[in-house]
Design a protein around this ligand. Structure first.
Ligand code: SF4
Length: 221
């Protein structure tokens, strides 16, 4: 932006102010009910997620929402994610897994959303979805696909949702164990880790306690 400095008659160049991304927010539209973003009713939450996935500033909103999340207290849907999902995303980052949000936005665009939904139905795990999307030529990782599935309104557990007949306890004590131990070292609570796994809280906490108590007993013997 160039303005005229009247005093010296010399043109002065100043940086353009950052664009106010909030003016493009889908939730500012008259047909969107702000209460849907803070309700516990599923229908309202579904409408809020539907607004977010169409929102052109979902990436900016998620960043800002997360910057304002207070410790372990998270409420409402912001940036397309609910409080538990934002907590799970924080734990992903504790493990070094940072999503590519622009890529996640591509995955929920009109061109890819149908493909994402079909893969969610057919693959049975996040790893399987990642393999398929890489086969399509997209360099995605698990946490990026996870965010995209959340944005699309789906569940994206860290455990396989089809084809793995083992108990959750066996999965926690198997391929998830190293990550679970790292998260505990970082101070994550059992409920947080259950959210990270994307499983029902009580089931997840029980499996975690069983596995970790078993490890302690082994060490003590
Ligand atoms: S992502 Fe959702 S909550 Fe954020 S600005 Fe857009 S519609 Fe509003």
């Amino acid at each position: 932006m160039t303005i005229l400095n009247i005093g010296s008659r010399r043109p002065t160049t100043i940086a353009a102010p950052p664009p106010d991304w909030k003016v493009s927010a889908r939730c500012r539209a008259e047909d969107v009910d702000a209460e849907d973003f803070f309700t516990t009713a599923r229908a309202g939450q579904r409408r809020a997620r539907g607004a977010c996935v169409q929102c052109p500033v979902i990436v900016e909103c998620l960043r800002q929402t997360r910057a304002h999340d207070d410790g372990t207290y998270r409420w409402g849907i912001g940036g397309g994610l609910d409080g538990l999902q934002r907590r799970a995303l924080e734990l992903e980052e504790w493990l070094g897994n940072r999503p590519n949000l622009e890529m996640a936005r591509l995955l929920v665009s009109a061109a890819w959303l149908g493909r994402l939904a079909r893969l969610r139905s057919s693959c049975g795990s996040l790893d399987g979805m990642v393999r398929a999307l890489r086969g399509d030529g997209l360099m995605v990782d698990v946490v990026t696909v996870r965010v995209a599935v959340w944005w699309s309104g789906g569940q994206a557990p860290r455990v396989a949702w089809r084809g793995d007949t083992r108990s959750l306890r066996a999965v926690v004590g198997g391929e998830l164990l190293e990550d679970v131990l790292r998260l505990r070292e970082r101070g994550a609570r059992y409920t947080d880790i259950a959210a990270w796994m994307g499983v029902p809280r009580d089931t997840g906490v029980r499996a975690l306690k069983d596995v970790l108590a078993g490890l302690e007993a082994e060490e003590a013997s």
